[in-house]
Design a protein around this ligand. Structure first.
Ligand SMILES: NC(=O)C1=CN([C@@H]2O[C@H](COP(=O)(O)OP(=O)(O)OC[C@H]3O[C@@H](n4cnc5c(N)ncnc54)[C@H](O)[C@@H]3O)[C@@H](O)[C@H]2O)[C@H](O)CC1
Ligand SMILES: [K+]
Length: 499
């Protein structure tokens, strides 16, 4: 079991509740700040070769984020570093004001309004943490912009100042090289919009016990060890091909004739007992040399090169994947797939476009699990009124509304269950920003769904993690330019074996 404190994503409100519980338990706020400050110094010393920096500037804001920064400034001063505090306004919080006085009493220099340019070659950002609630204005906005423009490295405390704890940029925000999140992950750090500001992010453990997290937590990180444990890597000794997952992919058209191969190669990596492909009838001849194990359903073709009919029993598969490369398919066929599939159903790509045109409501009458895997563009077409500014909430709302699992693809893909749980994938690579990567995911997810006995959570979390982590691993070998979808599909198993 992964400790809740490692995986949970909290709002400012939830973090405040945890703090209150800690303080009510007897730990003084001063002690918690001291602990946070000391952990920060350790991490900064580890990550930045401090002897290389001739002058370290510490930005001090009005609240306790500024207090943390002053603990760091004090310890760096005591360690003999050349450090100064930049504190443009008198601190609002007494504890921060007290740390400022003490820093000065030790001979620490404090500047309030002089020019910032060239003053430091390393900045520590303690302007705002999770207490930032409104857009950043003067003088803080100018400070943030000038420090960003200086190009000097910045280490952000808790959050890059200007980023709200929900991940919105409130006017302007620090572009950090490293972000040290204190205690529990603030949920905003895992929104895609936050990525350009974080640099690399780390959570510093402050010894928060799971029992101190008393608010219900719906949002979690998808940690690799958790995802890996969900892979169906052991089979019963009497397993046979029909007991370890039958999966059908409905994919392809003349225009997208390669999509079925990518789906099938993704599915193959997931090890289904049987793999079936329903494709336009001219494709099997070309595909079968590459997929000798697949069983084909050649389907009649419409004049536009799409599948015109599905001459098969859709009810007999453990999982059906429908969508990649279908092109402008007749909506009635997708309607049939939704109505007649008895196993798990994953809808992607062109099938999502059909749903957007009025079929979404039909999903709620399905009895087996349904999964939708939109990227942001498909999501907007499907759920036009849901604001994508907060991707975690958006995915959750879409799942609740549709009764389907939602995989909102992106730099950090979000998985949401219809019951309200949300997971954000921790890995991924821009190498996967490439046509066809999603087809591989659909196939892989279909194969795992087919083996999941309706444990959709396990199948989807394993598939989303595996796909992204393999992409990251392959980018390390081939650069971000070298992970074409076939390389990705063929690298899924080597990644698993090697890691
Ligand atoms: N949770 C922990 O484990 C610990 C957290 N610490 C640090 O404390 C901050 C949160 O502190 P808080 O004082 O609540 O908030 P901030 O420092 O983020 O600043 C809020 C401060 O600023 C004012 N304010 C808000 N918005 C603006 C604005 N746009 N312009 C100007 N002023 C603004 C607001 O009124 C407050 O006065 C957390 O992030 C951690 O860094 C503890 O020190 C250690 C443990
Ligand atoms: K900060």
């Amino acid at each position: 079991m992964v400790a809740l404190s490692r995986s949970c994503l909290v709002s400012a409100q939830a973090m405040e509740q945890v703090e209150s519980t800690i303080f009510a338990g007897g730990l003084p706020v001063e002690a918690l700040m001291e602990k946070a400050g000391l952990r920060l110094v350790q991490a900064i010393e580890r990550d930045f070769a401090l002897s290389r920096y001739s002058r370290i500037g510490v930005l001090v804001g009005p609240g306790h984020n500024g207090g943390d920064a002053l603990v760091v400034a004090r310890e760096l001063l005591l360690a003999g570093r050349t450090v100064f505090a930049y504190c443009p306004r008198t601190p609002a919080k007494p504890l921060t004001a007290s740390h400022l006085r003490y820093f000065q009493s030790l001979g620490g220099s404090v500047s309030e309004g002089e020019a910032l340019d060239g003053q430091a070659d390393l900045w520590i950002d303690g302007l705002f943490g999770f207490g930032l609630t409104r857009p950043v204005t003067s003088p803080y906005a100018q400070i943030i912009d000038r420090i960003n423009a200086s190009g000097e490295p910045i280490a952000a405390i808790d959050l890059p100042s200007g980023l709200s704890s929900d991940g919105a940029v409130l006017g302007t925000a620090i572009r950090a090289r490293r972000t040290y999140c204190l205690g529990l992950w603030k949920r905003g750090l895992w929104q895609d919009a936050a990525l350009p500001y974080l640099g690399s992010a780390e959570r510093l453990d402050l010894g928060i016990r799971d029992s101190q997290i008393q608010m219900p937590i719906a949002e979690h990180l998808l940690l690799p060890e958790m995802a890996r444990s969900y892979l169906p890597l052991s089979r019963p000794p009497l397993a046979y091909k029909y007991s370890v997952g039958t999966v059908l992919a409905i994919a392809g058209s003349h225009q997208y004739s390669g999509a079925p191969l990518l789906v099938a190669l993704g599915a193959r990596a997931g090890g289904p007992g049987m793999l079936y492909l329903a494709v336009p009838e001219s494709l099997p001849q070309r595909l079968s040399p590459e997929l000798p194990e697949a069983i084909f359903y050649p389907c009649p073709e419409a004049a536009n090169g799409t599948i015109a009919d599905l001459p098969l029993d859709l009810g007999k598969f453990d999982a059906v994947v429908c969508g990649p490369g279908l092109g402008k398919i007749d909506p009635k066929l997708v309607e049939r797939v939704v109505g007649e599939t008895k196993g798990a159903l994953l809808l992607d790509a062109d099938a999502l476009n059909v749903l957007a045109d009025g079929l979404l409501a039909a999903l709620t009458s399905r009895r087996a699990p349904t999964v939708l895997t939109p990227h942001a563009g498909e999501f907007k077409r499907l759920f036009g009124d849901i604001d994508l500014g907060d991707r975690l909430t958006a995915a959750s709302e879409a799942a609740r509304r549709s009764g389907a699992w939602i995989v909102l693809k992106g730099a950090r893909s979000v998985v949401a269950s219809p019951e309200g749980s949300v997971w954000v994938n921790t890995g991924g690579s821009s190498a996967l920003a490439r046509g066809g990567s999603g087809d591989v995911l659909s196939g892989l997810a279909g194969a795992l769904l087919a083996q999941s006995h309706n444990e959709t959570q396990k199948a989807m979390l394993a598939a989303v993690w595996w796909h992204a982590a393999a992409g990251e691993w392959l980018a390390g070998q081939h650069t971000v330019l070298g992970v074409d979808p076939r390389t990705l599909a063929l690298g899924l198993l080597p990644f698993l074996v090697a890691s």
